[in-house]
Design a protein around this ligand. Structure first.
Ligand SMILES: NC(=O)c1ccc[n+]([C@@H]2O[C@H](COP(=O)([O-])OP(=O)(O)OC[C@H]3O[C@@H](n4cnc5c(N)ncnc54)[C@H](OP(=O)(O)O)[C@@H]3O)[C@@H](O)[C@H]2O)c1
Length: 240
């Protein structure tokens, strides 16, 4: 049997204009995939496509707007793999004492990362090849809760259970998730002290380069016998 490869496969990456999604795009292109990246700000998408190699294209899509998502997938047509790394970092990502939580604002926190993923899958699943896959994203707070951040733990758990539910519901399309630890994106690169504090007790005591996490998405896209799984890439945090 030939070694599985993404060569010639069509990969759509929502959230692909920066961070983890951009790194997945780079790695998939290097393997010969055709990659379509998408995110809410057209200027970000254009800049990202310019810095990716040949085989990349892009489009604006706002996953908090179902019409925008439906239009994006209608225009995309048939493809093989959906990767979802979209996430916003607004003040609604509540952290602090629960008594001070603004419930209305906190419920916005799930709009892009959870509901956005589900809306994307709703409109994508009929276009994904039967041998294809969907890979979602949560975060290590799902398994290692931190004081003041119960919402992030709940969000991660929701994505992981959605992954298992959809793996059954959408089979034979495979559905998996990547659960990263701290990944050095543009925002976190500016907060060295925060990165140090949050990673110093890990077995690998540093933040991940996005390319190190991207490899997990590539494995899950290629791995034709893997579904309903969560792949944790956390620098060993779970063992400390
Ligand atoms: N970085 C970490 O340490 C870390 C750790 C654990 C889990 N995660 C998970 O991984 C996800 C990605 O992290 P990252 O570091 O790659 O973040 P990032 O660099 O900020 O990338 C987020 C991407 O989402 C897009 N996006 C934001 N709102 C959107 C919307 N409404 N519709 C469509 N796209 C939207 C952004 O582009 P536009 O602004 O153009 O929309 C961007 O391309 C996070 O959201 C989180 O769920 C990250």
């Amino acid at each position: 049997m030939p070694l599985p490869s993404l060569n010639g496969q069509r990969v759509a990456i929502i959230g692909g204009s920066s961070g983890i999604g951009f790194a997945v795009a780079e790695c998939a292109l290097a393997e010969g995939a055709q990659v379509v990246i998408a995110s809410s700000k057209a200027a970000n998408v254009e800049a990202a496509v310019r810095s990716l190699s040949q085989g990349a294209s892009g489009s604006g899509v706002d996953v908090s707007d179902e019409v925008s998502v439906a239009t994006f997938f209608e225009g995309l047509g048939a493809f093989d793999h959906l990767v979802f790394t979209a996430g916003d970092w607004g003040p609604h990502l509540f952290s602090g004492p629960i008594a001070k939580m603004d419930v209305g604002s906190a419920s916005e926190a799930l709009k892009v990362r959870f509901w956005g993923a589900l809306i994307a899958i709703k409109h994508a699943q009929g276009l994904i090849s039967p041998n294809g896959s969907i890979t979602l994203t949560d975060g290590v707070l799902a398994h290692r809760p931190r004081k003041g951040a119960p919402l992030s733990t709940a969000f991660g758990g929701a994505i992981e259970h959605l992954t298992r539910g959809l793996a059954v519901d959408l089979a034979p399309i495979r559905v998996n998730a990547v659960c990263p630890g701290l990944v050095l994106n543009e925002k976190l690169n500016r907060s060295r002290e925060l990165v140090r504090q949050q990673t110093e007790r890990q077995l690998i005591p540093r933040g991940a380069d996005p390319s190190e996490v991207a490899q997990a998405y590539l494995y899950l896209m290629r791995g034709g016998y893997t579904t309903g799984q969560v792949l944790i890439v956390d620098g060993g945090l779970m063992l400390t």
